[in-house]
Ligand binder design. Structure first.
Ligand code: PSU
Ligand code: MN
Length: 321
């Protein structure tokens, strides 16, 4: 059961549980679906999507997995939708910002990228979103201009995205530069170093380090009071026990990128291709690490959402405008 948002009847629908939680000022965490449709193999994609929702609940928040289902932008999908996305029944595409209206117009079904999930979350009034890795500036972008639309979305949509940094299939220093250009705060959770997804450190510093979920909630609340309107990137390193050896990963990433070049893969197919190739080249270890870090991010996302709800229950930190 879900309810259409007043101004978007038939276009955007928010699940009943999510809508009730938001109306009551309770904690809600958005989750993306391209990770399900294009980021992991079956059945691990389904198991992970279910596990991540459970982790959010254990943390005291309501999960809102976002996707486009049969021409409706859904915030808080149901179990049957998760199954369909995970099974990648024919015609399930990857939707970034520019694809949303077209997919809705033709009644299509899509996994939503970080950019699109931020848009859905914001339409519904959700301010915290947990995922694995964000898109960024691809290596060789000086030739290809391949820069993920996730970065420009972070510049203009006020949602805090919890991630494990950026994979080194991307150019991490260039990704950090673009985030800086766009005025996107990069907050390290208990780290001074921007994490590199499979590894806890990248060698590049974050702008600001915080020690607790409450500290992050305060930063979000202050940004809102000031009417900043930008997103925020929370960088949460993969747990120590799940991190992969940095040298091993570097070598496999270089090979995956060479393979993509040789196969002529580019644009929206590149990230899914590289993820699949990393899975093959690491005998599945990249996937195990990926699952562990997404769960870790979901737990922190829930912690931030709960802290933000608590903060607002006791003070009037939210902008009134
Ligand atoms: N990185 C991952 N797993 C993913 C993605 C990125 O480790 O599933 C997905 C996310 O949905 C992200 C998208 O928003 O890929 C970025 O795609 P592109 O580089 O085409 O913008
Ligand atoms: Mn791209």
């Amino acid at each position: 059961m879900s309810v259409a948002l007043d101004n978007f009847a038939g276009l955007v629908e928010v699940g009943a549980e999510v809508r009730e939680a938001l109306a009551a000022g309770r904690a809600v965490v958005a989750l993306e679906s391209t990770i399900i449709t294009h980021g992991m193999p079956y059945p691990e994609n389904l198991e992970t999507a279910q596990a991540v929702e459970a982790v959010v609940r254990q943390g005291g928040a309501v999960p809102a997995t976002i996707a486009i289902m049969d021409g409706v932008f859904r915030v808080g999908i149901e179990a049957v939708d998760l199954d369909r996305l995970a099974n990648r029944s024919s015609g399930v595409v990857k939707a970034s910002r520019r694809d949303i209206a077209s997919v809705l117009a033709r009644g299509g079904t899509a996994g939503t990228t970080v950019a699109t999930t931020m848009i859905g979350a914001h339409l519904a009034g959700i301010r915290i979103f947990a995922t694995g890795g964000v898109g960024g500036v691809h290596r060789g972008a000086e030739q290809t201009f391949d820069i993920s639309a996730d970065l420009s979305e972070l510049a203009k949509t006020p949602v805090a995205v919890v991630c494990a940094g950026a994979k080194s299939i991307l150019d991490i220093p260039k990704t950090l530069e673009v985030l800086e250009t766009h005025g996107v705060p990069v907050i390290g959770y208990q780290t001074n170093d921007f994490p590199a997804f499979y590894a806890r450190v990248s060698g590049y510093p974050v702008d600001h380090r915080v020690e607790s979920a409450t500290d992050i909630a305060r930063i979000i609340a202050i940004g809102e009071r000031l009417g900043m309107r930008n997103g925020l990137l929370v960088a949460n390193p993969i747990p120590e026990t799940d991190a992969l050896d940095a040298t091993l990963i570097e070598e496999r990433i270089a090979r995956a990128i060479r393979d993509a070049d040789a196969a002529g893969v580019s644009r929206k197919d590149l990230t899914p291709f590289l993820l699949q190739r990393m899975y093959e080249l690491t005998e599945g270890r990249s996937l195990t690490a990926n699952i562990a870090l997404v769960r870790n991010n979901a737990a922190l996302g829930a912690g931030i959402a709960v802290a933000l709800a608590d903060l607002e229950a006791t003070t009037s930190h939210r902008a009134t405008a």
